[in-house]
Design a protein around this ligand. Structure first.
Ligand code: ADP
Ligand code: MG
Length: 406
């Protein structure tokens, strides 16, 4: 039996009409000879009755006093409701279907409540129901500890559930259905002529997702990549082929366009740059090490790190910047703080070894009078820090300079 994992995001499940559309995709997969295993997110977006944030508001928000273990019990409800709604829709259309919680589907996690990691998947019940021809619907975003406590997987958790099941079931593919036509050259909310990519490598989408592209969670990509299970990002409301995520040389059948230097532009808004001159501190004091240890101790995650002999530069999220600044001052430093910045990243496997990519990026941004506050690069990504107010302009400038919309 060949399994096909199909994951549906919350917006695709919000109304009975949408669920009918989604169920048609499940049924056609089954009719074409695959055994669909459906992973669902909670229904709807912010403000909708059963959306996760609405459940949280019910008890006073994520910062309420209730222990993380109990938060997980509550947060797991949204996916249970949408999963049962899917079973009802399938049964109404004459198909046998069954709902399983993450735990019942065999997703075992560590006990890091609200941000749990999957450590094992034992899909015994899925095999049992599938053998009877029953379509299995699994609650995304959740698992259970070895002791049987409900856990949730953090942001993008349903994508991760789908990927982990895809690997455990050795699925033919993991289809991620969402509200856009596929993975695009930039966030369509910012770039009007963003284009859907036919194919992208695991590494490229991983990089795009780590640097802000919300369309799929990077952890899901990393999991699928381990077993080379293809991911397809598709639109829940159309029959367009979407984007295939694969490794570039995959048995020669897929080849990434060689002339594509940049594949996509992505962004992370609302970060603060901290610049700390360390030349006053004696080297024996290991000032660089102390700075990063103190951030770690305070639970502040740092990004975009540049360490030089007498200056350390990095970014933190705007909302923890004041705390970070205070810590640095307490250590005797006088950090130079630039708030409200954004990290804009150009990603493309094709840039490796190609001369002049950085020059092109600088030229594109200079033409729009956008100041680059900091840069870094790897074989497949160039990162630029700009002021948040110029972020959209920078994304559009790069998108257009590299003709990504064409
Ligand atoms: P779901 O609820 O289906 O998981 P998400 O909101 O998590 O949906 O992801 C889909 C959204 O990701 C799109 O509506 C789009 O605005 C956003 N997005 C950001 N960057 C990209 C990109 N490069 N390609 C496609 N979508 C993107
Ligand atoms: Mg999502």
């Amino acid at each position: 039996m060949k399994y096909l994992v199909q994951k549906f995001g919350g917006t695709s499940l919000a109304t009975p009409e949408l669920r009918d559309q989604v169920v048609a995709k499940v049924i056609s997969a089954k009719n074409e000879g695959s055994m669909p295993v459906v992973v669902v997110s909670a229904i709807g977006r912010q403000g909708d009755p059963y959306a996760t944030d609405t459940l949280l508001k019910f008890i006073g928000g994520i910062n309420s006093e209730i222990p993380p273990k109990e938060l997980d019990n509550l947060m797991a409800c949204g996916e249970i409701i949408s999963g049962v709604a899917m079973v009802a829709t399938l049964e109404k259309q004459g198909y046998k279907a069954v709902f399983l919680t993450g735990g019942q589907a065999g997703i075992i996690t560590d006990d890091n409540h609200t941000e749990a990691h999957i450590i094992e998947v034992n899909p015994k019940l899925i095999h049992k129901y599938a053998a009877e021809g029953t379509i299995v619907i699994v609650a995304g975003f959740q698992g259970q500890t070895g002791e049987g406590l409900i856990t949730t997987l953090g942001r993008g958790g349903s994508d991760t559930s789908a990927a982990a099941l895809g690997v455990a079931l050795n699925a033919e593919a993991i289809d991620i259905y969402t509200d856009v036509e596929g993975i695009m050259t930039a966030d369509p909310r910012i770039v009007e002529n963003a284009r859907v990519l036919d194919v992208i490598t695991y590494n490229e989408i991983c990089q795009l997702a780590h640097d802000g592209a919300k369309v799929i969670h990077p952890r899901a990509v990393e999991i699928a990549m381990q077993k080379n299970i293809p991911i397809r990002v598709k639109c829940a409301f159309s029959d367009a082929p979407g984007t295939l995520v694969t490794s570039s040389t995959d048995n020669g059948s897929v080849e990434i366009k060689k002339d594509r230097v940049i594949t996509g532009i992505t962004h992370i808004p609302n970060v603060t740059q901290l610049k700390i001159y360390t030349s006053e501190s004696p080297e024996s004091d290991l000032p660089q090490l102390k700075i990063f240890k103190s951030m770690a101790l305070a639970g502040i995650s740092v990004d975009f790190i540049n360490v030089h002999p007498d200056v350390v530069i990095y970014t933190v999220k705007d909302d923890v910047a004041a705390k970070a600044e205070q810590i640095l001052e307490n250590m005797g430093f006088s950090p130079v703080v630039t708030p409200s910045c954004a990290k804009v990243s150009a990603v493309g496997a094709g840039m490796a070894g190609v001369p002049g990519v950085m020059a092109s990026i600088m030229e594109a941004l200079a033409a729009e009078n956008i100041k680059i506050l900091q840069t870094a690069d790897s074989h497949s990504t160039i990162w630029c820090l700009v002021k948040r107010a110029e972020m959209e302009k920078a994304i559009r400038a790069l998108h257009s300079y590299f003709s990504l919309g064409e």
